[in-house]
Design a protein around this ligand. Structure first.
Ligand code: FAD
Ligand code: NAI
Length: 473
């Protein structure tokens, strides 16, 4: 029919267009090897971390100007925005990881150590590092001297000292966390399917509780509900009546950083998807089998509820890492460092010499997002490139960092997304299916490598055609 041939032609045009785009990005990102030898006259620049901030810095830095040492416990960059999709097998973890050495191919002046920085000593200008081997345990401790230090170590998960959280819940910050959640989901389902389970046991095992109604919690709950609708419901009809997701948020609304209209839209969409949204509810205690939640009722009185769960995912935001707290304590002008190292307008750490901080470990009064960390990395690389061009005159005139907020996007399930965008100075709110298509295109475009873009697209197509892979690894 006419419609079929038109759809076929549209598909062909899209496929050819996308393949050309991929070929173009692969060609344009391929770098020719350019060997450089570390030189005594160059300054030692030490970069901590291989996340959004540090990688964006390294990508734009003219590396030949410095002897660069990169230190991070993981030898890859992780594309966090699609991490919730990994928990349910829509996207594979390795598709979101880019080997860090790919970012400085052929540049011998860059040395990468897969190790954890344990302490920064600003008086001696050294960083203490520790390398753990998977089997042998701790194998090496070293001291790396720096002339200039860029700190981009990210943040840890906030637990607000709620008892039991560390022991019994899963977080969602890195690739291992996503794999752990994926294993636990499979574990709950397989246990519920095992012969002889009582109905109460099945109800508990298939109750998935998410604490924190920020974007991490909402996106995970949405992905899990999609997984239920895309596969679980039809594959395991005997037990799936018991499948439930509860999203718990202490504030009156989920996604509090979005406009009121989008908050309401998100809440009603989640409810339509049969996700139980519990707002004005604060988790006070977690045990192996259940959580205790303080719920504020409409009349203002409070009620304590005990909720059993099979899997608990804890997504209540960030807290600073030990290394950052320790460094802040050693410096003056860091009284306000609860949200990270206090930096000036040019990202230099207050009270320190030749230390800069960016991303989630810096308190620059901006939200802890990839968008901010990425822009800060590019900005700081330009500052360093300018400093290398004018070494003797006390440094160049540096303009302070000027953040360009492009908007916020979040996936909310059932092929719908919400977006608060800033286009040419206008604020535009949108939601629904077309926003979801925009969300997909925007995140594909945000991937830092053509390899990652290719793998993510293939994963999406594979899941559409063959369903999601959910093995326990
Ligand atoms: P990270 O990207 O976390 O990188 C920190 C790096 O430091 C890592 O390489 C780590 O291994 C390394 N490191 C840690 N400890 C040490 C140490 N002791 N020594 C040396 N290195 C160390 N933001 C958005 O703008 N849009 C989104 O859609 C979005 N989605 C997200 C989804 C999820 C699930 C999560 C968790 C976050 C999301 N974010 C998003 C937030 C975004 O990921 C962070 O703001 C961003 O990663 C911060 O970048 P960073 O470089 O500061 O830290
Ligand atoms: P968040 O800080 O944005 O939200 C955490 C939520 O948990 C808050 O709304 C808080 O009220 C709630 N909470 C805290 N303690 C609680 C308790 N005991 N009981 C119940 N609720 C409790 O944290 P999130 O979602 O982890 O995000 C961290 C950062 O990463 C944010 O800056 C966010 O903007 C960014 N991010 C952005 C995404 C996007 O743009 N799509 C996706 C994921 C993260």
């Amino acid at each position: 029919s006419k419609l079929a041939s038109r759809s076929y032609r549209l598909f062909l045009v899209t496929a050819v267009g996308y393949c050309s785009y991929l070929a173009w990005t692969i060609c344009s990102t391929e770098e020719k090897p350019k060997p450089v030898t570390p030189a005594a006259e160059k300054k030692n620049l030490v970069v901590l971390g291989t996340g959004w901030g540090s990688v964006s810095f390294l990508k734009d830095l003219d590396i030949d100007n410095y002897n660069v040492f990169v230190i991070s416990p993981r030898n890859y960059f992780l594309f966090t925005p699609l991490l919730p999709s990994c928990t349910t097998g829509l996207v594979e973890g390795h598709s979101l990881m880019e080997p860090i050495r790919n970012f400085f191919k052929g540049k011998s002046a860059v040395e990468f150590y897969e190790a954890e920085a344990t302490e920064v000593d600003p008086e001696r200008r050294v960083v203490h590092i520790k390398r753990n081997h998977t089997i042998q345990g701790e194998v090496a401790q070293s001291v790396i001297p720096y002339d200039m230090l860029v700190v981009g170590v990210g943040a840890d998960n906030a637990t607000f000292n709620v008892p039991g959280v560390e022991e019994h819940s899963c977080f969602l910050k890195n690739a291992n966390d996503a794999q752990k959640i994926r294993n636990r989901i499979t574990d709950c389902i397989e246990t519920a399917l095992c012969k002889g389970r009582s109905s109460d046991e099945i109800q508990k095992l298939l109750h998935f509780v998410v604490v924190g109604g920020g974007p991490t919690g909402v996106e995970f709950a949405a992905e899990l509900q999609d997984y239920y609708k895309d596969g679980l419901r039809d594959r395991f009809p005997d037990i799936m009546d018991a499948f439930r997701i509860t999203l718990i948020e202490a504030l009156p609304n989920v996604l509090p950083m979005f406009s009121k209209q989008l908050m309401d839209y998100t809440e009603s969409t989640l409810k339509a998807e049969a996700i139980n949204v519990l707002t004005k509810a604060s988790v006070k205690e977690v045990s192996k089998d259940d959580i205790r939640v303080e719920v504020t009722k409409p009349d203002g009185t409070k009620d304590i509820q005990t909720i059993p769960y099979g899997l608990l995912v804890w997504a209540t935001g960030n807290k600073q890492k030990g290394i950052i707290e320790n460094l802040a304590m050693r410096l003056n002008k860091q009284q306000d460092s609860r949200r990270g190292l206090v930096v000036d307008g040019c990202l230099a750490v207050q009270g320190a010499h030749n230390i800069w901080a960016l991303g989630d470990c810096a308190n620059s009064k901006l939200p802890p997002t990839a968008q901010v960390a990425h822009q800060q990395g590019s900005y700081l690389a330009n500052v360093f490139n300018a400093m290398a061009r004018t070494p003797s005159s006390g440094g160049p005139e540096v303009q302070p960092f000027d953040y360009n907020h492009q908007g916020a996007l979040a996936y909310i399930g059932m092929d719908k997304a919400v977006a608060d965008l800033n286009l040419l100075g206008f604020n535009i709110s949108s939601h629904g299916f077309f926003t979801f298509l925009f969300w997909k295109a925007a995140y594909l475009n945000m991937c830092l490598s053509a390899r990652s873009r290719f793998l993510v697209t293939t994963d999406w197509m594979k899941a559409r055609v063959f369903g999601r892979d959910m093995f326990r690894e």
